[in-house]
Write a protein that binds this ligand. Structure first.
Ligand code: NAD
Length: 734
């Protein structure tokens, strides 16, 4: 090595076997940076140059092997490309970009073909570029503990493995399995990885290095399987009868799963398809070409920004009031042990906190605890928890009707009926029992926090913690700041949300807060289309094609139609009939009141839910349509635009109204909260990456056809005029 390595320790034992221990100073997790690549290459050179070294084991000095490439470094490459394009032209910029973005791939290939055996000894997380490093080693030993996970999750941030992953995985596994693994980006446990052919051995953590060394000592081969002449890939040739059984369905599955919205998924397909027809070095070159292309797509940039960078910043407390000491939350009260309250109690106890679960009487409180029992039993049945975990979790939950049990709680979350009078009574009872330092939180979904806080005797300690259903699955929580909510309440709420391993965004108090307001616009657009005469199946497909996880009618069935009608009626009562959509009201009244169709909960909604069978769109929907459009006359792209634009406009309005004050929260919140087309990077990034001017033009076109719900707000008009972006303010603040 020319310079001593900073990120690796290197030693050689008495048998002549090198051990490179990756242990980056000042970081809790190893990541691949330019310096790491240089040092790794230096290690390969040193091992090759020293005749006394037989081979080398690579391991980590930290609890995890590594999380993979530093995505901010990849982002930096994109910025460098733009700079070079402006100064030296597109071709020079592209050449530089291609060479730089394939650096990692070349270092790994050098390691693989250096002539001496390399083995990886892996414990903990080993993901992305780090797993590609392990795949380039000639032998892989994984620790058989619970924490060890390997995988290539790049697709989740709009990227794909560009360090040889697509080529090596496709040469180790059956093509169908390889494609599935790359498309899903799953993290695999050690034994699973071994069974899939991705690792050679599994051993107790304390023995992995020794096992890897023993493999080298026993004469392990320094030639990768694909570098052996006459190598045959596990599924045989692409152009063969077997290949023809794989590729046409693979293409169909790709289309079904992505609707062609994810360039990275398409690049995986192409890279494997082309690469398998070429020798390894050319296959890697093909992969690098696709990687350089994908890195520059707006989808990758948007997804990296929102799902990696912004999410990381938010989870690390970017929006937490700075001056408040970290809160110590040991005991949490949950009042209302119904559907939401039981879920909240469960996730809180899961995180190790003590829980007091209160309802009107002992039986109701016990029923909430029984729900927790059911949830953890489900985890046990799926192999994700042990019986001892269940016992410990249930021991942490005290179910009681007695408010006095709240006397030593640090936080109380109420989830009683959505009725201001019931809430007011509960607020009074809880505050009478709570210690002075404790924070009171409401899980209301429709009642303004500032209004509820009026009955509180300490409104500065009163905050909204808005969960989504089902609580144990949904990763987003909105922390609602009322007009009088103090910083300590917001900070405590965010600390609690982090403790239960969810992502909290701070939203100023307003009707529908943030997420529900946007997603209700999506559902309403589906209702509108139905009443216009668009075939129901086309509405649902267009929703998914736009990138939403489920169609609007399906989503409405899950949430319950009567709840939608109730919210509509409450809005009408408070704000007048101009505030609601008469078409939507007519449809919901017909469905709920005249036809008794409430959604999945009574097995009859926009869909029918036959016992033991698959749900099907209710044929009677056609009768409710005043007229029916000829499907061939409908522009599907327009339907898709309507779905995304109507939600993005709501998101833009929340910024204009000061409900959302940081674009990262709208973007992360829209993807985690209601699955807003992830490839866009979220509801505001959708506008930013399109450009406000183009977005306003699109909104105006829809406005002229469909009315004022598509009218762009002033902040967007200003941005369209001056080329501004939502993220400009954030950059200025940084
Ligand atoms: P639920 O009807 O399932 O549960 C409410 C529980 O509160 C019942 O067990 C009831 O016995 C109990 N309760 C009523 N009055 C009480 C009192 N005075 N003291 C103690 N307990 C009392 O309702 P839910 O769906 O769990 O909703 C609860 C809250 O969560 C509501 O504010 C709702 O708006 C909000 N929320 C619901 C959802 C959802 O999807 N269901 C999502 C987010 C927020």
């Amino acid at each position: 090595m020319s310079e001593p390595a900073k990120n690796f320790r290197f030693e050689v034992d008495a048998d002549g076997i090198g051990l490179a221990t990756w242990d980056m100073p000042g970081r809790s997790m190893n990541v691949i940076t330019m310096a790491v690549m240089d040092e790794l290459e230096g290690i390969v050179d040193a091992v090759v140059a020293d005749a006394g070294i037989k081979g080398c084991v690579i391991t980590s000095g930290k609890p995890n092997f590594s999380g993979g490439a530093d995505l901010t470094m990849l982002q930096g490459l994109g910025a460098e490309y733009e700079r070079l394009k402006a100064s030296a032209g597109e071709e020079a910029a592209m050449r530089h970009f291609f060479e730089e973005s394939r650096r990692l791939s070349l270092v790994f290939r050098k390691l693989e073909t250096c002539g001496k055996p390399f083995a990886a000894a892996v414990q903990g997380l080993c993901l992305g570029g780090a797993f590609e490093l392990a795949l380039a080693c000639h032998h892989r030993v994984l620790a058989d503990d619970d924490k060890t996970r390997v995988g290539l999750p790049e697709i989740k941030v709009g990227l794909f493995p560009g360090g040889g992953g697509t080529q090596r995985v496709a040469r180790l596994m059956q093509t169908g399995d390889a494609l599935q693994m790359l498309f899903k980006g799953e993290q695999l446990r050690a034994l699973m990885a071994k069974n899939m052919g991705l690792a050679h051995a599994v051993a107790p953590a304390a023995e992995i290095v020794e096992r890897a060394k023993a493999w080298i000592r026993d004469g392990g081969s320094a030639v990768a399987p694909w570098d052996v002449p006459k190598f045959k890939a596990p599924s045989g040739k692409v152009y063969s009868p077997a290949g023809m059984m794989i590729w046409p369905p693979a293409n169909a599955i790709y289309r079904r799963e992505t609707h062609d919205n994810y360039p990275a998924a398409k690049a995986i397909l192409a890279s494997v398809y082309e690469g398998l027809q070429l020798p390894m070095d050319l296959g890697l070159r093909v992969e690098s070409r696709y990687f350089a292309h994908i890195l520059r797509t707006k989808e990758a940039q948007a997804m990296i920004r929102t799902l990696f960078i912004s999410m990381g910043e938010i989870n690390k407390g970017a929006r937490r009031p700075k001056d408040v000491e970290p809160s110590k939350i040991g005991k949490v009260g949950v009042v209302g042990a119904g559907f939401m309250g039981a879920g909240i109690a469960y996730v809180t106890a899961q995180a190790g906190m003590e829980v007091v679960l209160i309802d009107c009487d002992q039986a109701a409180a016990d029923a909430g605890k029984a729900h927790c029992h059911k949830l953890i039993t489900g985890q046990i049945n799926r192999g994700k928890a042990k019986t001892a975990d269940r016992d410990a979790l249930l021991a942490r939950i005290t179910a009681t009707p007695d408010y006095a049990a709240l006397g030593d709680c640090d936080l109380v979350v109420e989830a009683v009926f959505e009725d201001p009078a019931v809430k007011a009574e509960v607020i009074g009872k809880v505050e009478a029992a709570l210690p002075e330092h404790a924070i009171f939180a409401s899980n209301t979904s429709t009642l303004p926090i500032s209004g509820l806080a009026k009955v509180s005797r300490r409104p500065e300690s009163f905050v909204g913690i808005h969960f989504f259903s089902p609580v144990e699955k949904m990763l987003l929580v909105e922390v609602i700041r009322g007009t009088q909510t103090g910083d300590r309440a917001v900070a405590t709420a965010l600390d609690y949300v982090r403790a239960i391993k969810k992502t909290g965004i701070v939203v100023n108090d307003a009707r529908g807060f943030f997420a529900n307001r946007c997603v209700l616009a999506y559902v309403q657009e589906g209702h509108k289309m139905l009443m216009e005469g668009v075939p129901p199946a086309m509405i649902e497909n267009a929703g998914r094609m736009a990138g939403m996880p489920v169609g609007p009618l399906s989503l409405n069935d899950e949430v319950a139609l009567d709840l939608g009608l109730k919210i509509l009626k409450a809005t009408e009562a408070q704000l007048g009939s101009a505030a609601i959509d008469p078409d939507q009201k007519r449809l919901l009244v017909e469905m709920v009141e005249n036809r008794g169709r409430l959604g999945r909960k009574n097995k009859r909604g926009f869909y029918d839910y036959p016992e033991g069978g698959q749900k099907k769109l209710w044929p009677g929907l056609f009768e409710l349509q005043p007229n029916r459009l000829d499907p061939d006359s409908i522009d599907v792209d327009e339907l898709k635009h309507r779905f995304l634009v109507v939600q993005a406009l709501q998101a833009a309005r929340t910024v204009q109204e000061g409900v959302i004050t940081d674009p990262r929260e709208a973007d992360v919140g829209s993807i985690l909260g209601f699955g807003f087309a992830p490839f866009t990077g979220g509801a505001l990034s959708y506008i930013d990456f399109m450009g406000a001017a183009a977005f306003v033009e699109l909104a105006r076109a829809l406005e002229s056809k469909h009315g004022p719900r598509f009218t762009p707000p002033d902040n967007l008009l200003a941005m369209a005029g001056n080329g501004g972006r939502f993220y400009d303010a954030l950059k200025r603040a940084a």
